[in-house]
Design a protein around this ligand. Structure first.
Ligand SMILES: [Zn+2]
Length: 336
């Protein structure tokens, strides 16, 4: 049986935030609400949402695990009926997980187009051992492009790279289907691939046309909802990124790492990695270790351990040796 979860209503456009009350009533959400933001996103939009909805507010300050527990307690204490997450990836992830554990619906209000987690039914929890967990999809999404356009360009570029990295994720999924007879959904795979291609095709002007990127990221989230897992948008390039998160003292942004990973994994698949790399360059996302500000030794270590991150069959198969890792990183100019 397939279990497909999708958002029910998505508002994208300049000034979309003004419609927050309408969205809430259309979704039949009522009673006490809780708005979650961090210090910065509270100023950008969180306070406004809280005032409009008359919500209890919570500002994230500490570690992810602690914040999730605090919010779960708060939801109980204040008899909260629904939750709104206003912010970037971490805020939205904390919102998803707390809402999931409390059995409450939530709406996602991303303030930056930094990765596809803003819309997907998956949450990644950062900690000593990063884990990805399946949660519920947001009931509604408000992507106010006026706000998202003002986000730091590095975040937007990272969102582009995350969408572009769908390319190698889909190649991995297909491979797992061919070699391991894993379930493969043509529709979800095509939708995910299309998100990558649309961003690549519009790479030149996407920093101004943020709505194209937002739609690509939302479609990625929908692809994951249809597949019932992160498979269409997360393959070996994501394993590489998770490995970097574990071993680097100062990792780069999620999308940035996935983009560089996608260059190398696309090379391993024998596909046009140079075209993918050039698209990353056009959106001004990093394409090598220098751009990520991550040392050579960490790139190699991440490549050799990536296959162990989770039980997911990819082009890395049984894993790369150190020699193979150096070869792929040099051939793709990730290492100079
Ligand atoms: Zn991602």
């Amino acid at each position: 049986m397939k279990d497909i979860e999708l958002p029910r209503k998505v508002l994208v456009g300049d000034g979309a935030l003004e419609k927050v009350c309408e969205l809430v009533s259309e979704l039949n959400l009522y009673g006490n609400s809780l708005v979650i933001a961090d210090k910065n996103t509270a100023q950008i939009a969180g306070k406004r949402v809280g005032e409009e909805l008359g919500s209890v507010s919570h500002v994230i300050e500490g570690l992810m695990d602690e914040e999730i527990q605090k919010i779960i307690d708060l939801i109980k204490k204040e008899e909260i009926n629904y939750v709104a997450g206003v912010g970037g990836g971490t805020v939205i992830d904390i919102t998803k997980v707390s809402a999931f554990h409390s059995g409450k619906p939530f709406i996602s209000i991303p303030t930056a187009a930094s990765h596809d987690g803003i819309t997907s039914p998956q949450a990644s929890l950062k900690g000593k051992q990063p884990v990805s967990m399946k949660v519920h999809s947001a009931l509604g999404i408000i992507a106010d492009t006026e706000i998202m356009r003002k986000a730091p360009p590095r975040l937007t570029a990272s969102g582009c790279a995350d969408a572009i990295s769908n390319y190698s994720a889909v190649l991995d999924w297909k491979l797992a289907h061919e070699e391991k007879d894993e379930y493969y959904g043509d529709y979800a795979a095509t939708l995910s691939m299309m998100s990558a291609q649309i961003v690549m095709y519009n790479a030149e002007n996407i920093m101004d046309e943020v709505n194209i990127l937002v739609e690509a990221l939302i479609s990625s989230g929908v692809a994951m909802g249809i597949a019932g897992s992160s498979r269409p948008c997360s393959g070996s390039e994501h394993q590489f990124s998770h490995a970097l998160d574990m071993i680097c003292p100062k990792p780069a942004l999620h999308g940035e790492q996935c983009g560089v990973g996608a260059i190398m994994m696309t090379y391993l698949h024998g596909k046009d990695w140079e075209k993918l790399r050039d698209s990353l360059k056009k959106v001004k996302a990093p394409t090598n270790s220098q751009g990520l500000n991550i040392g050579e030794e960490h790139i190699i270590e991440a490549l050799t351990m990536a296959h162990k991150i989770r039980d997911r069959y990819t082009i890395l198969r049984g894993g790369l040796s150190e020699k193979e890792a150096i070869e792929v990183a040099q051939a793709t100019e990730v290492l100079g």
